[in-house]
Design a protein around this ligand. Structure first.
Ligand code: URA
Ligand code: CA
Length: 434
């Protein structure tokens, strides 16, 4: 086979055979196919797409570029959840213990912060002692005993995606439906759970800015999963503003604890109950998501969800006292008000820019080995549609370093778009695909 021919075929809108994909992706992973060839191929896929059968073979080959995690040692149905990427997305921290408190198992593999998005692993590691690098046997033991565990995704899970993602990131080929779908699903399918609920974000802070594209992405991923025999559902949710109030590591851990207590921000609670309702539905625990939501509300009320969070922290070596004593998960000493630049209505948030601002405060990495400052971040007090007067506080930037705060404040203030015309609040949950 000749790489040029495969690129040409895709460029002209053809559908590749299994052998052609195997040759091209396999060759890329082992270094026979060059970066420039794969870059051209990705751009061809960006414009010409991939057909159902072709895409499912592409996914399978990405899965088989690495190991499939064997979770058969865990009894019962294992549910997973994945978001296509957001800012201040605290849901996994809440959902894992919440759903687990209903008796459904979660053997979850999460990622670190990427670009402007924060990572669940980093947030968990901001809990003193919390260990995300436990061995496979212990991971399985913990899930069997305690019902859940969250660990880091190993480099052996879909290594083709790792290499492809880095290339997509620098060749303007991230926001393609088949490429996002294959990237996410290859990792999820290799991770071994029986059911997956996808949170597909739409809006200015998401890869899919409009609802039609988000719906299409959701459908494509649900189909891929079903063809593998997985129970699947997707929920399309708004990402025009960060979820909840907190963006930043310890700020979000505190926010998750508040939510597990029933005292969290309304939007974060709403989304966790909804996604959790679907997770219980796929697991066969309830007949539909509404019944699931009621069950979950009960677990928040009677304290079992919060109790499960403590259990999880203990099982993974962390200090469970954080739940009752926030001083053990400190936030920055200094705060500055984010002020409205004019009269009007909050009409949007530049999420990517805001995420990057928190990153440059110290909450993100420039290099893989960089240490994160867990204590910095942003607390947002206003939502889209809120009326503002010039000088009103929209929220706070928080850090242990006063000079960094002064530098970043104008950047953060520019992230909040104010319109003179009245703006309606946005609907968080748009629709579901099942
Ligand atoms: N998240 C992923 O893992 N891959 C993508 O392509 C986009 C979001
Ligand atoms: Ca949040």
């Amino acid at each position: 086979m000749i790489p040029y021919e495969i690129i040409l075929k895709k460029r002209n809108g053809g559908s590749l055979s299994t052998e052609e994909i195997e040759y091209f992706v396999g060759g890329y992973v082992n270094g026979d196919i060059q970066e420039y060839q794969m870059a051209a191929f990705l751009m061809a896929v960006y414009f010409k797409g991939m057909e159902g059968k072709e895409l499912s073979e592409f996914v399978r080959i990405m899965v088989d570029s690495g190991d499939r995690v064997d979770l058969s040692g865990i009894e019962g149905f294992k549910i997973d959840k994945h978001s296509t990427g957001g800012v201040g997305d605290t849901t996994t921290l809440v959902l894992a213990p919440l759903v687990s408190s209903c008796g459904v198992k979660l053997a979850k593999m999460s990622g670190r912060g990427l670009g402007h998005t924060g990572g669940t692993l980093d947030k968990l590691e901001s809990i003193p002692g919390f260990n995300i690098s436990i061995g496979k046997e212990e991971f399985i033991n913990i899930v069997n005993k305690c019902g859940l565990a969250v660990i880091g995704q190993t480099a052996k899970v879909a290594p083709a995606d790792k290499k492809l993602y880095s290339l997509r990131d620098v060749t303007a080929t991230v926001d393609s439906i088949p490429l996002i779908a294959s990237s996410i699903m290859s990792k999820k399918l290799a991770s071994g759970s029986d059911g997956i609920v996808l949170d597909v974000k739409t809006g200015s802070g998401a890869f899919m800015e409009n609802l039609d594209d988000a719906r299409e992405l959701g459908k494509v991923m649900v189909d891929i999963g079903r063809n593998w025999g997985k129970k699947m559902a997707a929920v399309i949710t708004d990402m025009n503003q960060p979820l909840g109030r907190a963006v930043g590591h310890t700020l979000e851990v505190r926010e998750a604890i508040d939510t597990l207590r029933g005292k969290g921000p309304a939007d974060l609670e709403e989304l966790c109950l909804y996604l959790g309702g679907w997770m219980l539905t796929l697991a066969g625990k309830v007949v539909d998501y509404n019944e699931g939501i009621e069950l979950l509300k009960g677990k928040i009320k009677d304290g079992s969800a919060l109790g499960k969070f403590k259990e999880m922290i203990i099982a993974q070596g962390g200090n469970p006292e954080v739940v009752d004593n926030y001083d053990l998960i400190p936030i920055g000493k200094y705060m500055l008000d984010i002020k409205a630049s004019q009269d009007g209505y909050l009409s949007g948030v530049k999420n990517a820019k805001l995420g990057m601002a928190v990153g440059s405060l110290g909450g993100g990495r420039q290099k893989v080995e960089d240490k994160i400052d867990y204590t910095c971040g942003v607390l947002i007090e206003k939502s889209i549609g809120d009326k503002l007067q010039k000088g009103d506080s929209i929220g706070k930037v928080i850090s242990d370093y006063q000079d960094k705060l002064t530098d970043i404040l104008p950047v953060v203030e520019q992230c909040f778009i104010i319109s003179t015309e009245e703006v309606k609040p946005v609907k968080l949950i748009k629709e579901y695909i099942y």
